[in-house]
Design a protein around this ligand. Structure first.
Ligand SMILES: Cc1cc2nc3c(=O)[nH]c(=O)nc-3n(C[C@H](O)[C@H](O)[C@H](O)COP(=O)(O)OP(=O)(O)OC[C@H]3O[C@@H](n4cnc5c(N)ncnc54)[C@H](O)[C@@H]3O)c2cc1C
Length: 554
């Protein structure tokens, strides 16, 4: 069967799903990407600290700004998102982490997404991964993929600060050393693999999925092409809405239309709800004032936005101590590890109250993760040349914000509220984690390596002072997800509810933050989506009319 796909957004998941679909010669796959190809940008290619730091705010960044963070001193957060072929995989920190089993199994058992679980998604992540380690570490090859397009490399750590200082300190305070965090239980401290080639340059969706297959005549990638809306055809029997293609501004700024049998939205956590709303899918209260007629009344579009807030702990290295050769470490800890029993009881009480915007389903799933002692905090240990740095990251925030359009012009950024710390639970856990980071740094094994604490600073000692520090210095992890979530905006086939042939394939389908940096999972979503779509004939789309007709009339 010949099927033409139009993929909106050549980002992390977009190029993964597009490349996989183009393996089938009967498929024609047209990718429209708003950014340039970026192949001559050495800051994308090199994964050195200065290169990574040069990307935010540059021409390949949308450089979004959040609404003031009402629960974090009204700060405005700068949210980097890649505007270039490869999307955010071109500008990210390249950590490649597999999520935990409990997170992914919840998609099926709690969010009702049949077929989306640890077994299917970890296999899909493995299909994306080509793992190699030069580390003298007991990495478990069976936890990784070895034939996928994304090169994932782990290096041997050198230097004593971590091996003789921090890791023993984590163990001395009740944590543990992991041997490989990729097999479903990330708990413990370990050296993070990165999405990079053995020569340390970035491996990402543009150079690893797309470029090796750029010669396929059925895979057409158009850069500098910004999609402004889905074009709708006639729906049958008042049934599901049928897309006939999309409208976009081409590289010359000309308004153009491209037709397809299926439209796949891969615009990311802000881009995808933006295109849905511009196309009339969303909450009529948001669409109507902008003069957009509602095609599908779907108020969940753009809601459920979540981000993992971060805190920090910094101490100066002692004179003559070097961090050279240090590899980035991740230390995942569970509630029972992080909290003493009084604190656990307090956190357990706080988690019972859902903040606005958190669905009952997600609330129950979060309580279940907490009670089952699933990882709740990650301490990211940084190879900073002068300092010992831990960034505590809140893995499973309860707070939920939203992202919505404020204009019918696609070039105007959506307005979004990250709602960080709207839930007191979130602030409580990150505060305890910041205090715990100080405990690591003041253990006997670390003492010879560090001089004075820089942040939070010696004057921060009480619970209130720690809490104020966390609120005032909150950082982003750049992991916004969930704005077109499985179970509310898309069904288990990734089809947008109320449509016959519009699908979402990117981080916006993730219903709840995983205990991970999400790009590995997002590649896995691209892989799994391609498997599902390859197996779904066009008659499945046509059946949506019948289904919808019966839903409405019977
Ligand atoms: C600074 C930073 C550091 C990060 N570090 C890490 C890390 O170390 N490890 C990790 O796992 N994750 C990290 N992340 C997160 C991770 O990179 C993202 O979650 C992931 O890449 C998102 O993938 P996506 O497919 O959902 O969206 P994206 O990759 O962002 O793709 C969306 C694409 O759609 C395009 N687009 C949007 N709207 C339109 C339109 N209207 N028309 C045409 N094209 C459009 C965009 O230009 C973009 O190319 C980081 C992110 C950032 C920004």
């Amino acid at each position: 069967e010949k099927i033409t796909y139009v993929v909106v957004g050549g980002g992390t998941a977009g190029l993964a799903v597009a490349t996989r679909l183009s393996e089938n010669a009967d498929n024609t796959v047209i990718v429209l990407e708003a950014g340039s190809d970026g192949f001559d940008n050495t800051n994308i290619k090199n994964l050195t600290g200065p290169s990574i730091q040069a990307l935010p705010g540059s021409s390949v960044d949308y450089n979004y700004h959040s609404e003031p963070l009402k629960f974090a001193a009204n700060q405005v957060a700068n949210m980097t998102r890649g505007k270039v072929l490869g999307g955010s995989s071109a500008v990210n920190g390249a950590l490649f982490t597999h999520p935990s089993k409990s997170d992914l199994d919840a998609w099926e058992s709690d969010f009702g997404a049949a077929g989306w679980n640890w077994t299917t998604l970890s296999a899909a992540i493995d299909s994306a991964e080509h793992f190699s380690t030069t580390a003298r570490l007991a990495s478990t090859e069976s936890f990784h993929g070895s034939n996928g397009p994304i090169f994932v490399t782990q290096r041997t750590p050198t230097g004593d600060v971590w091996t003789k200082g921090v890791i023993p300190a984590v163990v001395a305070t009740g944590g543990k050393e992991s041997t490989d965090q990729s097999g479903g239980d990330p708990t413990g401290i370990w050296y993070s693999p990165k999405a990079m080639f053995p020569n340390s340059t970035r491996s990402y969706s543009a150079n690893s999925y797309y470029l090796p297959n750029a010669g396929r005549s059925n895979l057409q990638v158009h850069v500098n092409s910004t999609v402004s809306r889905i074009v709708w055809g006639q729906s049958q029997n008042g049934g599901a809405a049928v897309a006939t293609g999309v409208e976009y501004f081409d590289a010359d700024g000309k308004n153009t239309t491209v037709n397809g049998d299926r439209v796949i939205l891969s615009g990311g956590a802000f881009g995808t709800p933006q295109i849905l709303e511009l196309s009339g899918i969303g909450n009529p209260d948001i669409l109507k004032p902008l003069g957009i007629s509602t095609v599908v009344n779907l108020p969940a579009v753009g809601e459920n936005l979540s981000e993992q807030p971060t805190s920090r702990y910094i101490a100066a290295l002692a004179p003559n101590i070097s961090n050279a050769g240090v590899q980035l470490t991740l230390n995942f800890e569970s509630p029972r590890n992080l909290l003493n029993s009084t604190e656990w009881d307090k956190a357990h009480e706080l988690i019972q109250t859902a903040p606005p915007g958190l669905s009952d389903t997600a609330h129950k799933a979060l309580i279940k993760l907490f009670e089952s002692d699933a990882p709740i905090i990650e301490f990211m240990g940084f190879p900073n040349p002068a300092n010992l740095v831990f960034l505590p990251i809140l893995l499973h925030p309860m707070s939920r914000g939203s992202s919505h359009i404020v204009s019918t012009d696609v070039k105007q950024a959506p307005k979004f509220d990250l709602a960080l710390f709207q839930s007191p639970f979130d602030l409580y856990i990150l505060t305890k984690a910041t205090a715990r980071a100080r405990r690591f740094a003041t253990q006997d094994s670390v003492k010879p390596f560090v001089a004075a604490e820089i942040a939070p600073g010696a004057n921060v000692t009480s619970d209130e002072q720690f809490e104020t520090f966390v609120k005032n210095s909150v950082g982003l992890s750049y992991h916004p997800l969930g704005t077109a979530a499985l179970g509310s905006v898309v069904n288990k086939d990734l089809r947008v509810n109320g449509t016959a042939n519009v699908f979402v394939v990117d981080g916006s389908i993730i219903p709840m933050q995983p205990a991970a940096h999400p790009s590995a999972l997002i590649y896995g979503i691209g892989e799994h989506a391609a498997t599902l779509l390859k197996a779904a004939p066009l008659s499945d789309d046509q059946n949506q009319h019948v289904r919808r007709f019966f839903e409405i009339h019977v």
